[in-house]
Ligand binder design. Structure first.
Ligand SMILES: Cc1cc2nc3c(=O)[nH]c(=O)nc-3n(C[C@H](O)[C@H](O)[C@H](O)COP(=O)(O)OP(=O)(O)OC[C@H]3O[C@@H](n4cnc5c(N)ncnc54)[C@H](O)[C@@H]3O)c2cc1C
Length: 527
């Protein structure tokens, strides 16, 4: 029997997997339902949330409105943002940000006590709330973690990885955890929430923590849950080229304030590429930098034009990352490279985070609510994690019937072996970076799929993080191959234009591939 080696068993009202902003907000707002909050490393650690710099987009300026925020979001989304979820998120933003302030998040304010609002690419207004300059994520995690630790309804299980979902009679009924000591633990619940974050670390160059291996997506896919938009991976144009893992981000706010991109001859090459210059959409800037890298030319971010006495306090993270790399932004040019940064695709959900299989919810970067469309507006993802996390909790509370699943431990969907396969991670990261990265083509994607298939066969069937990495890589490559056009962050060198026939989302569900239009969840099966 597959569950013979499960050595512990617990039952609860709700299981939340992941302790970034999405997981912690969901867990807090589930009160008073008893919650087990499971996380791969320490609480709040190993999360992109902790690393977030720029901030949270919210229309609170005197010249701003949720409507304008919606227009900017949809304009970047290139026809694929679902206007209903865009409206829900932009309209709820001011109130939910107030909730954050109420639980103790200290956003930066100006002398008159108003929020100090930053500007980022493709935002038509100043609307980025930040904290301690560019330490926004750190401050959010600090406040949420402290609230979680004080909440009697939440039990925290740290240093445990969710390995597989449990499905009983067509419903998700819990999770199997791989414990830090190598054993297995079975959690049974009517309500399981995946808030496992992104997939960036399956790429060679990434700003994401090593924990971002897409486990939630792989588990959901194995359980027959629908995924969407897997091909849309956002590459941040300006990671600091260094030996550090993850690569440190040079926040877009630097370009927002006037930092320049120059090539190794000191030319501002964005002048030839886009009217918005350095503040062109991220995908445009990322491709421009990638192209220069192919000619062995290095691109630099020049912060000297914006250097002033306030710079160190406005950008403390940038200062410390540069210092580790031996660079001084007041005089040195900072070498930059694009890096996998944000996954738009994920577990397909409605606006309350409900997945296609009863008993399972998803939120944050692991979910595909369709707010971002084909490209993500900067600083909209923390906002999405915050708001959809709260909506997941509301939806579970509205439908929660209490635990009624019996007391028998349950079986994993996949064999539990827990083997580790050295070297696989690096191989997958190389394949994804070279062939499923900033630029893709039919040839590169087919080669990637063949290479990933080969690695998959070498692994065999037991559960492992490597298996998740390969699964997610294959799903991204498969969707990227199907989308024969370029749109937003997905750029095909063999189909360089957008095609109206692809005004739809690609969905994957077991062996079935289909499409949905924004605003609908009925899937049209593709032959
Ligand atoms: C460097 C950087 C800067 C960014 N800056 C901004 C910004 O300024 N504004 C903005 O809006 N967005 C920003 N983003 C994106 C944003 O931070 C993320 O999209 C957002 O934080 C995602 O939150 P989350 O809770 O969904 O996932 P995360 O914060 O990544 O949390 C995922 C959690 O799940 C855990 N986990 C993963 N797998 C498992 C498993 N198998 N079992 C148990 N636990 C697991 C992880 O350890 C982690 O605790 C940035 C991202 C990065 C990397």
């Amino acid at each position: 029997m597959k569950n013979e080696i499960i050595d512990e068993f617990k039952e609860t009202g709700a299981v939340v997997v992941g302790s970034g902003v999405a997981g912690m907000v969901t867990a807090l707002k589930l009160s008073p339902i008893p919650v087990l909050l499971v996380t791969k490393s320490g609480i709040g650690e190993g999360s992109s949330s902790y690393l977030a710099q720029g901030g949270v987009a919210v229309a609170v300026g005197a010249d701003d409105s949720p409507e304008l925020h919606s227009v900017d979001t949809e304009s970047v989304g290139k026809g694929l943002s679902d206007d209903r979820i865009v409206r829900i998120i932009t309209e709820s933003a001011p109130e939910e940000v107030k909730w954050l302030a109420d639980i103790g998040v200290r956003f930066d304010r100006d002398e008159s006590g108003h929020y100090s609002l930053g500007k980022e690419g493709a935002h038509s207004r100043r609307r980025i709330l930040h904290a301690h300059g560019d330490r926004t994520g750190c401050e959010l995690v600090r406040a949420l973690r402290s609230a979680v630790r004080k909440s009697p309804h939440i039990k925290i299980i740290e240093n445990n990885s969710a390995a597989d979902l449990v499905k009983t009679d067509g419903r998700i009924t819990g999770v199997i955890l791989r414990k830090g000591d190598g054993g297995w633990l079975s959690l049974k619940s009517d309500n399981t929430v995946l808030a496992t974050g992104g997939i960036g670390s399956i790429y060679r160059q990434s700003t994401n923590p090593v924990e971002s291996t897409g486990d939630g997506l792989a588990m959901a896919f194995r359980a027959g849950v629908r995924l969407a938009d897997m091909e849309f991976v956002q590459f941040h144009p300006t990671a600091l080229l260094s030996d550090q893992k993850p690569l440190p981000l040079l926040t877009e706010a630097l370009r927002g304030e006037g930092a320049l991109l120059v090539d190794d001859k000191g030319r501002r090459f964005m002048k030839d590429i886009h009217a918005l210059l350095e503040l062109a959409p991220r995908d445009v800037v990322a491709r421009a930098i990638w192209d220069r890298g192919q000619d062995n030319s290095q691109v630099f971010l020049d912060c000297t034009p914006i250097w002033n006495a306030e710079f160190p306090s406005r950008f403390p993270t940038v200062m410390s990352n540069c210092s580790v790399a031996g660079l001084d932004p007041s005089r040195d040019l900072l070498p930059v490279v694009p890096a996998a940064h944000y996954h738009i695709g994920g577990i397909f959900t409605d606006s309350d985070g409900r997945s296609s299989v009863p008993g399972l919810w998803a939120c944050g970067e692991a979910a595909a609510t369709l707010i971002h469309g084909a490209n993500r507006l900067a600083s909209n993802s923390l906002l999405e994690a915050l708001i959809v996390g709260g909506r997941v909790a509301g939806s579970i509370k509205d439908t929660c019937e209490g635990t009624s699943l019996g007391t028998e431990p349950q079986e994993s969907l996949t064999a539990l072996t827990g083997e580790v396969f050295p070297g696989i991670r690096e191989k997958v990261a190389g394949i994804m970076w070279e062939k499923v990265g900033v630029l893709r083509s039919e040839e590169s994607l087919r080669t990637a799929l063949a290479e990933l298939d080969e690695l998959n066969e070498a692994l065999g069937e037991g559960l492992s993080e490597e298996m998740n990495i390969i699964t997610v890589g294959r799903l991204i490559a498969r969707s990227a191959l199907i989308r024969r056009e370029s749109r937003g962050v997905h750029y095909r060198t063999d189909y360089t234009e957008s095609d109206p026939m692809w005004d739809k989302h690609i969905c994957l569900e077991g062996d079935v591939t289909g499409t949905v239009r924004s605003g609908s969840d009925s899937m049209e099966v593709m032959k």
